[in-house]
Design a protein around this ligand. Structure first.
Ligand SMILES: Nc1ncnc2c1ncn2[C@@H]1O[C@H](COP(=O)(O)OP(=O)(O)OP(=O)(O)O)[C@@H](O)[C@H]1O
Length: 551
């Protein structure tokens, strides 16, 4: 397929903000796409080259891309930066620069979707000496064949900021419309496989029956079921009638898969961290059966029997070297709390049954791999739930989870079947999209950060607040360096950055505000921590902010 067709599709999508129109446009396109190409087209529509759970990353920053654009168009890097400032993003700037160039040159070969996709994929595998120049060569190879409109979307794809407002929800609806299959069936197939490309392909080639056959598979991570905040322990238990309450451990959520002899550990953003925590793999091997399974739990830092700070755990899961040393320096405990697969999928089983299965197959190892502490609480013994909360806090944990014993496991959904109650007030996970350099002595530091939330409908990022408190000087320096790397626009003291750093913020109150694109803002926002364990998809949505807003 010619890439021109995809570029035209992106352009059409950008010209409307209406969800239904976008769905129609995509459905039409998917119908016309050959079956084999559907997985590629679906990924590119999402603005990605690799699925979210893949370990591969494009790894191209704005600076490298600008260099390639400069070579292809003849414009200097300063001119490109100027154009980005003027147009507001690298895509539009490239379109303008390529238009200027194309008045001088003539493109002989049309670019194909396959070429763009395959060449971009190659970028992830180039490492070592001379990597930068090899990467530039590939970028030049693609861009020198691109027309202005193609350049607009290729550059945006490379920087992972496609901005055409086609999120997973819209694409899932479009698949249902294109191939005339019930929305719920498409959604469920996506929920179980986590692969919209495969869903599109099966929908087209095998229809509804094919989608119904798709299921959970050990080795392929699924999105975790998320929790809502409980107003109070009492109200949560009264609403559920009966609940299974558990200690809420503050670490990293992991989904552990055993497929044949291989054990894989994924984080909540479905990142594969198996190599970083070999001791956990060994313990899982020892204490769970030698059969395929998917279990879930929380890994926490255990300093002589007390939970250690969340920041330590990030040092462990992000680590790529000196792992053996880290095992003794930062010891970990795994608490298992759910099971999704064992001798077949279990997600439709009620939680109490899943827990029984988990209990029946695990051989706990004290302080190394354990079951989450759990207690059955009904309206008759609410005080026991409250005691569990108090004890958990006293021991240094975060609070408790309050779970519906009869609920199935619903991947990727934040619902009322699993509630959390914490000692500290709720926080928001927001992405940094800009910043402001300080003045005087602090002119070299970015001291204030512009934060955005996600629009659930379109996937667009919308501003919510500036935050300037809560960071120590060391973190401020580190963050400044990281933001410099991903700066895409600079105007005076203000910068715009590629959205990738996620910050957890506490606040005193959510208020309505016309000043920010989301329509809301935060009073007294304070940075709690940097959440390198989250991805853009985990950024809180405007809907969530709305639900936390108390008029
Ligand atoms: N016993 C437990 N059962 C379920 N989840 C638990 C348990 N202990 C700790 N957790 C953690 O609590 C999280 C549930 O809260 P939520 O789904 O809202 O995630 P979150 O957005 O990361 O919230 P938070 O920032 O409060 O952890 C789970 O993702 C998991 O990481």
């Amino acid at each position: 397929m010619e890439y021109k067709n995809l570029a035209k599709l992106y352009n059409k999508l950008e010209s409307t903000t209406k969800r239904l129109e976008k769905t129609d446009i995509i459905a039409d396109f998917l119908k016309k796409t050959e079956t084999e190409l559907l997985p590629t087209v679906t990924l590119l529509l999402l603005g990605r080259v690799f699925p979210t759970w893949s370990e591969e990353e494009l790894g191209i920053g704005p600076k490298l891309l600008m260099k390639a654009i400069s070579i292809v168009t003849g414009a200097s890097v300063d001119e490109i930066e100027e154009e980005i400032r003027e147009q507001g993003d690298i895509g539009k700037a490239s379109e303008v620069l390529f238009k200027r160039k194309s008045q001088l040159t003539f493109t002989p070969h049309p670019l194909t979707v396959e070429k763009v996709y395959n060449d971009l994929k190659k970028l992830a595998y180039i490492t070592g000496k001379g990597a930068q120049s090899k990467k530039i060569d590939i970028l030049i190879g693609i861009l020198s064949l691109a027309s202005p409109i193609e350049a607009k979307y290729i550059t945006r794809t490379i920087l992972e900021e496609l901005r055409v407002g086609a999120g997973e929800g819209i694409i899932s609806d479009a698949i249902s419309l294109a191939f005339n299959i019930d929305k719920e069936i498409v959604e469920r197939a996506y929920m179980l496989t986590n692969d919209l490309g495969m869903v599109a392909k099966v929908a087209k080639s095998e229809g509804e029956a094919g989608l119904r056959r798709l299921s959970l598979e050990p080795g392929r991570p699924v999105k975790p079921m998320l929790a809502q905040l409980a107003e109070s322990i009492e109200s949560a238990i009264e609403e559920l009638g009966e609940a299974l309450c558990e200690t809420k451990y503050d670490g990293v959520r992991v989904q552990i898969h055993r497929k044949d002899d291989k054990i894989l550990i994924f984080t909540r953003r479905l990142e594969n961290i198996s190599n970083a925590v070999p001791e956990i793999i060994k313990r899982v091997e020892k204490s769970l059966p030698q059969e395929d399974f998917i279990v879930e739990g929380e890994i926490i830092v255990n300093i002589e029997g007390r939970p250690g700070s969340f920041q330590y755990i990030l040092q462990r899961v992000k680590r790529k070297y000196d792992i053996e040393e880290m095992i003794t320096r930062i010891p970990l405990t795994l608490y298992l709390f759910d099971i999704l697969y064992y001798r077949g999928p279990l997600i439709d089983e009620p939680f109490k049954e899943r827990r029984k299965i988990l209990e029946s197959i695990i051989r706990p190892i004290d302080g190394k791999i354990e079951l989450s502490r759990q207690l059955k609480v009904t309206t008759e013994n609410i005080k026991d739930g409250i005691s569990l909360f108090r004890e958990s806090i006293k021991e240094g944990h975060e609070g408790i989870m309050i779970k519906d014993p009869n609920a199935p496991y619903i991947p990727g959904i934040r619902g009322k079947k699993m509630l959390k109650y914490k000692a500290e007030p709720e926080t928001l996970d927001l992405v940094v999209i800009g910043g402001t350099y300080g003045k005087g002595k602090r002119a070299h530091l970015i001291g204030s950060y512009l934060l955005a939330a996600r629009d659930d409908e379109t996937g667009e990022l919308k501003t919510v607040a500036h935050v300037a408190t809560g960071l120590d000087d060391k973190t401020l320096k580190e963050l400044t360096e990281r933001l410099k790397e991903i700066t895409i626009e600079e105007k005076g003291r203000k910068i715009r950055v590629k959205p990738e750093i996620i910050i957890e913020v506490a606040y005193s109150e959510i208020v309505k505000s016309p000043e920010y694109e989301s329509g809301y803002s935060l009073r007294f926002p304070v940075v709690k921590r940097i959440r390198d364990d989250l991805s853009l998809e985990d950024v809180d949505t405007i809907k969530r902010i709305e639900s936390l807003f108390k008029p």
